[in-house]
Design a protein around this ligand. Structure first.
Ligand code: S3P
Length: 173
C-alpha cells in the first residue's frame, strides 16, 4: 500500500496530525524536517542561517527521495516541499498526497508559539504569510484530498483523512 504524505503551509498541523494518523492506522510516522535535522546534526534554523535556503532545499530534496521509498509510512513534509516538482513527483510515486490548510489568522497564531521557522522571522509575519501563501496555494492544491484544519481538532482531521483513504481504497487492510 502507498504512503500517506501530508503537505501544507507552516502551522497547518502536519506533524501533529501525521503522528496521530500514523498511530490510528498502524503505520510508521516520519517527519521530513526532523530527519533533515538528524542527518545534518543541526536545526533547520541553523541550516538556514549558516548555509541559506538553497542549501536547505537541496537537503530537503535528497531526504524526500529517501522517504519516498518507505512503505506504510505517514510522511509529514516541510511547508516548502511543493516548491520543487521533483519532490511531489517522488512522493506521489508511492504515496497518496493529503494537503492540510488553515486560515491566515490560525497560521499566524500557531506559528507564533515557537520561534523555529526561519522564513517567519520578518517583522510583519502576517504579510510574509499572505505573500508566501499566495505563491504556494496552487501547488498545495495538487493534493489528492484537502482538509481545512482551522476549526477542527487533530482527531477530527484524522477522521476525515481516514474516511477519505478508506473510500479511495488506499489503506492497508
Ligand atoms: C518551510 C517550512 C518548515 C521548514 C522550513 C521551511 C517552508 O516546515 O521546512 O522552515 O518553506 O514553508 P513546517 O511546515 O513543518 O513548519
Amino acid at each position: 500500500m502507498k504512503n500517506i504524505v501530508l503537505i501544507g503551509f507552516m502551522g497547518t498541523g502536519k506533524t501533529s496530525t501525521g503522528r496521530l494518523l500514523a498511530n490510528k492506522i498502524g503505520y510508521s510516522f516520519v517527519d521530513s524536517d526532523q530527519k533533515i535535522e538528524q542527518a545534518n546534526k543541526m536545526t533547520i534554523k541553523e541550516m538556514f542561517s549558516r548555509y541559506g535556503e538553497v542549501y536547505f532545499r537541496q537537503k530537503e530534496c535528497e531526504m524526500i527521495k529517501t522517504l519516498s521509498m518507505y512503505h506504510h509510512a505517514v510522511i509529514s513534509t516541510g511547508g516548502g516541499v511543493v516548491i520543487n516538482q521533483e519532490n511531489i513527483a517522488a512522493l506521489r510515486n508511492n504515496g497518496v498526497i493529503i494537503a492540510l490548510t488553515a486560515s491566515v489568522d490560525v497560521i499566524l497564531e500557531r506559528t507564533g508559539r515557537r520561534n523555529t521557522r526561519p522564513l517567519l522571522e520578518e517583522s510583519n509575519r502576517r504579510a510574509t504569510i499572505v505573500n508566501l501563501l499566495s505563491g504556494r496555494q496552487e501547488l498545495y492544491s495538487q493534493a489528492d484530498f484537502t482538509v481545512d484544519t482551522s476549526e477542527h481538532s487533530p482527531i477530527q482531521v484524522v477522521e476525515k483523512i481516514i474516511n477519505y483513504l478508506q473510500k479511495a481504497g488506499a489503506l492497508r487492510a
